[in-house]
Design a protein around this ligand. Structure first.
Ligand SMILES: NC(=O)c1ccc[n+]([C@@H]2O[C@H](COP(=O)([O-])OP(=O)(O)OC[C@H]3O[C@@H](n4cnc5c(N)ncnc54)[C@H](OP(=O)(O)O)[C@@H]3O)[C@@H](O)[C@H]2O)c1
Length: 337
């Protein structure tokens, strides 16, 4: 565990990426007690400047000696960098909070969403804590209180995930393809296997032997590790031409009956959740409204009339904030409590 200090030396690996930029601004916004901030990225970002509390900080190339004296290392530089450098940082004495998929299923690395399982932070045998996949985080923030109230037996989820979930190059691709299509020009296509502008791709991460994608199986395995191994989970993950925020259609079957009104009341009292649900006034969560927000928004809460005890809902959160950077900083806040 971390020794209590007035200020902590914090390193961000992948500081120039979609998630890293958000990490730096969230550390500042939430006034995290940082005595020194060190920023790392690839060679091509060496020398870039990023602002933190009004001061320019120079970005350096991530290297083996980047973590001497670091207390907390936030990683968002991709899984291969995490596999290589997270143990280096932990060996140098830092607690690593890793955003990639590299350590999530390692039994010695707690996988944590503070609203769901902060108690898993008691034991950090490798000095590495994993941040779950963005689509799992928002689903479990919304489902944990319902599981406590009525015991969820099965989850059927379909995601509508924004391109920022793939990183900054994918955001550029959506923008460039949109401009090209409207100008009748040839489509730039570098990140996705198909056109993403004005299209939906039922394909996130690689396909596995069982016909599911790795992203879909992450939602299954991470739910089991964090919430309950007995819950049956099936997922379909879809990339949509939205810049920011993932939306999810979630169906749950519970042991105990919950009416839609009971579910609304439970969710309204839950940490990190905003119930935004008044269809008579066209009120339901939208990606464009939730972008930049910290909470997970839930709407369209209704009973599933095809089964005895079931609910449907629509859950939206900012994948770069709660789905990644904010969750990592919240874990750091738990560590220094
Ligand atoms: N985007 C999301 O919603 C989201 C959510 C949860 C988890 N994550 C995970 O977070 C990680 C970063 O995602 P992102 O969306 O921020 O990607 P991104 O926009 O592509 O940024 C990648 C970052 O990694 C750095 N990097 C790349 N190669 C490197 C190397 N060889 N050495 C050091 N740094 C290197 C990049 O530096 P340069 O700028 O110098 O290239 C950049 O700072 C990924 O593991 C991703 O799976 C992302």
């Amino acid at each position: 565990m971390l020794k209590k200090k007035e200020g902590y030396v914090v390193a961000v690996a992948g500081a120039t990426g979609a998630v890293g930029v958000e990490m730096v601004s969230i550390l500042e916004e939430r006034n995290f007690p940082v005595s020194e901030l060190r920023l790392y990225a690839s060679e091509q970002s060496e020398g870039k400047q990023m602002e933190f509390h009004g001061k320019n900080i120079t970005v350096h190339k991530l290297a083996d000696d980047s973590f001497e004296g670091v207390d907390i290392a936030l990683f968002s530089a991709g899984a291969s960098r995490s596999l290589e450098f997270a143990p280096v940082a932990a060996k140098a004495g830092a607690i690593v909070i890793d955003n990639s998929s590299a350590w999530r299923m390692d039994k010695d690395c707690p996988l944590v969403v503070p609203e769901v399982n902060s108690h898993h932070l008691k034991d950090i045998p490798k000095g590495i804590i994993a941040n779950p996949n963005c689509s799992t985080i928002q689903m479990l923030v919304a489902l944990k209180p319902l599981h406590e109230a009525a015991r969820i037996k099965r989850i059927v989820v379909t995601t509508f995930q924004s391109v920022s979930g793939t990183g900054k190059k994918a955001m550029d691709e959506l923008m460039d393809q949109t401009v090209a299509l409207l100008g009748f020009k040839e489509l730039p296509m570098k990140v996705y296997p198909h056109q993403i502008a004005f299209n939906c791709l039922p394909h996130i991460d690689v396909f596995l032997e069982n016909g599911y994608t790795k992203e879909e199986m992450k939602m299954v395995h991470e739910t089991h590790k964090m919430l309950d191994p007995d819950i049956k989970v099936t997922a379909t993950t879809v990339r949509v031409p939205v810049f920011r925020c993932h939306s999810e259609s979630i169906n749950i079957e519970t042991e105990k009956k919950l009416t839609a009104n009971e579910a609304r009341a439970i969710l309204a009292a839950a940490p990190g959740v905003v119930v935004f649900d008044d269809p008579s006034r066209n009120v339901y969560p939208l990606a464009i409204d939730v972008a930049g927000k910290d909470d997970t928004y839930v709407g369209r809460i209704r009973e599933d009339e095809s089964i005895e005890n079931g609910l449907n809902m629509w859950v939206v959160a900012d994948n770069l904030r709660k789905g990644a950077a904010l969750n990592a900083v919240q874990i750091a806040e738990e560590l220094i409590k």
